[in-house]
Design a protein. Structure first.
Length: 249
């Protein structure tokens, strides 16, 4: 088992026209190859999405239509990006979205890749497990760990902050395998992280809202937490976790 300080990682971040990994398009991508002690190489590019960028997206990342005019199209960028990423573990905040939108773009253009085989570590889930930051957004984690500001919602700036967040969170582990083992089970929330009851303890949520929320398409950690609370109330606080904690998600 390789020590974590001997491993090489890729931090990936994409800015996009929206949040649908199938329908939306990449307009900027950044990747950083790094270890826990140094940055080895970087890759970044603006991309012509060949469609209009919605104003709601421009308001977030400030990448305008004029900025991407004349830039390479995604099929020209992807072969180099795929080679750059190689078979390394991919790091990111909510990383599955970034992986999905890159993979979908590659498959749309029939470009060969093996990115589905790359393992990935989500710093959002690592931060939940860490549990010391009251809010687990990338910007709040940057402040929590006193990481230098790199500019928000641009791909390289976010990637550089994200890899520093990963380095802080990874200090608690001897290897990436230990992180994967720690994240192999859902993480139990105590506080509702979103919605009209954001910031309220799950144990204090109204019953009708709790039952409604437990049926929504939230991520596995939040669904596990909500359904654990439902079962706790049903069983008079005697809930015990099933052998497979994901089985009822």
């Amino acid at each position: 088992m390789a020590r974590i300080d001997e491993e090489v990682f890729i931090c990936l971040d994409c800015e996009t026209t929206g949040l649908d990994p199938i329908k939306d398009r990449i307009i900027e991508v950044a990747a950083v190859r790094f270890t826990t002690s140094e940055i080895l190489d970087t890759f970044e590019s603006l991309i012509d999405p060949e469609c209009l960028i919605p104003q709601a997206s421009i308001d977030i990342h400030n990448i305008t239509q004029q900025m991407v005019e004349g830039k390479p199209k995604i099929d020209a960028i992807l072969p180099d990006l795929i080679t750059f990423m190689g078979g390394h573990i991919i790091i990111g905040h909510g990383i599955q979205f970034d992986i999905d939108i890159v993979v979908n773009a590659a498959e749309r253009h029939k470009l060969p890749h093996s990115l589905r085989k790359n393992r990935s570590l989500d710093t959002l889930r690592m931060a939940r497990l860490y549990g010391e930051s009251p809010v687990n957004s990338l910007e709040q984690l940057r402040k929590h760990f006193n990481i230098a500001f790199e500019g928000t919602h641009r791909a390289m700036g976010d990637a550089l902050v994200n890899l520093e967040v990963f380095r802080r969170l990874a200090k608690f582990y001897q290897s990436s395998d230990q992180i994967f083992a720690a994240l192999s089970r859902p993480i139990l929330f105590k506080i509702m992280p979103l919605g009209k009851h954001k910031g309220r303890p799950l144990k204090d949520l109204p019953q009708d809202y709790l039952l409604w929320a437990a049926r929504q398409e939230y991520d596995q950690d939040l669904l596990f937490s909500l359904r654990t609370e439902v079962n706790r109330r049903k069983q008079g606080n005697s809930f015990s976790t099933a052998t497979n904690p994901f089985s009822n998600l």
